[in-house]
Design a binder for this molecule. Sequence first.
Ligand SMILES: [Zn+2]
Length: 162
Amino acid sequence: MKVNKNQGNYEVFIEGSIGEGSPLFQLDVRDAVLISIDMEKLTYINSVGVKGWIQWTLRVPPKSKFSLRRVPLVIINQASMVSGFLPPQAVIENFQAPFVCPDCNTEAVVPLARGKEYEYAAGGQPKRVDLPTINCPKCKAEMEADFTIAKALAFLDKPVPA
Ligand SMILES: [Zn+2]
């Protein structure tokens, strides 16, 4: 894990799995005004990791901005299925979405961004998901999302902080 701290701004880069004794759980963020967590290199989270994560997020100041970037599907699934996995102030800014080719099984990770491919429900507007058309780099067939859209993106039902 790497942390860049500039006064109350924390930029955290998680690497590997989140489980027992993850260094993140020792990170004191009580003075934070902004926390940005980059999860591109996060590989896995186990049940101990989920508990530790929830306990750690409870220490994030309620008024601090809390954004998650380049979030892999393993975390997207937790955010959508586990109540309380994300505190109210958390926003998922990008999702590293797995796609697969139905013809040749080639896999690809496609970054999806809030405000472009998806948006939270807010201001009377419903949540929105517009998956891009991705053509297989090998055979040019149209690739398919390798996840259940409604289930994985249920986190968008959470009210987004202003
Ligand atoms: Zn293909």
